[in-house]
Ligand binder design. Structure first.
Ligand SMILES: [Zn+2]
Length: 226
């Protein structure tokens, strides 16, 4: 296994999604295009808000949140008050919505965040629960996806963050391509996870190292399976 691929430190397995600047795993592109075509037939425009994200990008998200420069959100997506939080509270609040750099499924190119471009404006998409549930603009798309996934007609795409397992918050917009991602998660291990943090310059690194075992179990391994 290419360790750099697991950590978001290579792009050699990726291709660009035509008409966008999003990079996807080359072995996933065909099935994504099929799913998008079926969505079109059903009246939706299945679009990518976020696909491959490299280590550097995840690191800048982490450091912005860990230093209070970017808002931390509670369970419902409302801002928390950074100034009154302990370092441990800060890292667990970040982890609810953002992965530790090196531990993001977006590093693999097999996972994408999606929205419905027929009902949502690209620049306004926030990827929060209210967009995808009840009367949210992407709710019809996700109801359609639910049916396709349940019928095994989603070409291998499924939701790793469908239920609240006490780790990452439910993220209906996050789809994963199981023919590739299941094997990638299996090839990941705790030694790699910890070593990557140890060698990093992440803000709150020492707190991360203290809690590494729990974080690995709760936020990486603890996902819904296809
Ligand atoms: Zn995502």
């Amino acid at each position: 296994m290419n360790v750099d691929l697991l950590l978001g430190k290579t792009q050699e397995h990726l291709v660009c999604l035509e008409g966008t600047n999003h990079l996807l795993h080359k072995d996933m592109l065909r099935d994504f295009l099929r799913l998008r075509e079926d969505a079109r037939d059903a009246g939706f425009e299945l679009s990518v808000a976020s696909a491959f994200r490299d280590y550097q990008r995840q690191e800048s998200i982490w450091n912005a949140k860990a230093s209070g420069q970017r808002p931390l959100l509670d369970e419902s997506g409302r801002p928390l008050v950074f100034e009154v939080m302990s370092p441990t509270e800060i890292i667990f609040a970040i982890l609810r919505w953002s992965a530790v750099p090196g531990g993001s499924r977006h590093h693999w190119g097999t996972d994408i965040d999606v929205f419905d471009e027929r009902t949502q404006i690209k620049g306004d998409v926030k990827l929060i629960p209210s967009e995808v549930t009840q009367d949210g603009p992407a709710a019809p798309l996700h109801n359609w996806l639910d049916e396709r996934i349940a019928a095994s007609e989603a070409y291998g795409f499924y939701r790793p963050y469908e239920t609240d397992r006490g780790g990452v918050a439910p993220e209906l917009w996050h789809l994963s391509y199981s023919p590739l991602s299941v094997g990638l998660l299996e090839s990941y291990n705790f030694t790699l996870f910890r070593k990557n943090i140890f060698e990093s310059e992440l803000i709150l690194k020492s707190v991360l190292l203290d809690q590494a075992e729990e974080i690995y179990q709760r936020f990486m391994l603890n996902v819904d399976l296809p």
